[in-house]
Design a protein around this ligand. Structure first.
Ligand code: SAH
Length: 247
């Protein structure tokens, strides 16, 4: 991605984007732009909808209360996301919020919660997860919105992986070995799934299931046990740096 204007506020919007288009703002968006950022009529923002690329738009007032945006010109064409699914055992609130945002910033195209034996937070607030994904997308400059999925039992999620997708299994029990070498053997740009387990780690039968997957890469993340949210950042950074879009 070329360097782009990350000082101008970015907003994810639903409507199609074309020159002269008028975009109504919901209460939260209007409050964010006018009260939090204290923007006024004529000030510019960047908008994207996941389909039409990124466009500049101007804040416009109509009467005292009503503000909306008028689309002017396209600043970046639409481009796709990495084909990188992030599978994870749900964590509790703040740690889950953090992990979702970091996965989006690190290029995950899909967030797939998986329920494992030692998962401690089986319920997930999907609206909250989606709001975190949108906020992360607005902040990190991507033009797509990461897909957020309903939780699945681990075995179902693994069975549902498309043929040809490599499963990068972050295994806290794996002997320490070079993660860069393990990942560098993968074809660059291949469809990937990265899996990080729960606070309680993986159960033995889950480990057996995962290690029999035809395209599994067992990844050790050093000699220490990382917290699941730390493992997420470490694993996704290694993947992007070796076979992803960081090079
Ligand atoms: N009890 C801690 C960590 C449990 S391990 C917590 O509260 O989060 C959580 C997950 O992180 C593991 O299932 C594994 O997917 C990953 N992980 C942690 N340390 C790892 C390591 N050294 N190598 C590979 N994966 C690791």
């Amino acid at each position: 991605m070329s360097r782009y204007d990350f000082r101008t506020p970015r907003l994810f919007v639903a409507p199609d984007l074309a020159p002269g288009g008028r975009i109504a703002l919901d209460k939260g968006q209007a409050n964010y732009l006018t009260n939090v950022l204290r923007l006024d009529a004529g000030d510019g923002v960047l908008v994207f909808n996941g389909r039409d690329g990124e466009w500049r738009a101007e804040l416009t007032r109509e009467g005292k209360k009503s503000v909306f945006l008028v689309v002017t010109e396209q600043t970046r064409p639409q481009h796709g996301a990495c084909d990188l699914h992030y599978l994870f055992a749900p964590l509790k609130h703040a740690r889950l919020d953090y992990m979702v945002q970091k996965a989006v910033e690190l290029g995950a195209s899909r967030l797939q919660p998986v329920i494992t034996r030692h998962t401690q937070a089986a319920r997930i607030n999907l609206d909250r997860m989606q709001a975190n994904a949108i906020e992360a997308a607005e902040q990190c400059g991507i033009l797509t919105i990461t897909e957020t999925c309903e939780p699945l039992p681990l075995a179902n999620a693994i069975a549902g992986l498309s043929a040809g997708r490599f499963l990068i299994f972050c295994d806290e029990d794996a002997e320490t070995h070079d993660p860069v070498a393990a990942l560098s053997r993968l074809p660059k740009g291949a469809p990937l799934a990265v899996l990080v387990g729960p606070e309680g780690g993986f159960a033995e039968d889950e480990r057996t299931l995962l290690l029999t997957h035809p395209s599994v890469v067992r990844l050790a993340l050093g000699p220490r046990i990382l917290r699941a949210d730390t493992a997420a950042v470490a694993a996704l950074a290694l993947v992007q740096a070796t076979v992803g879009d960081w090079s």
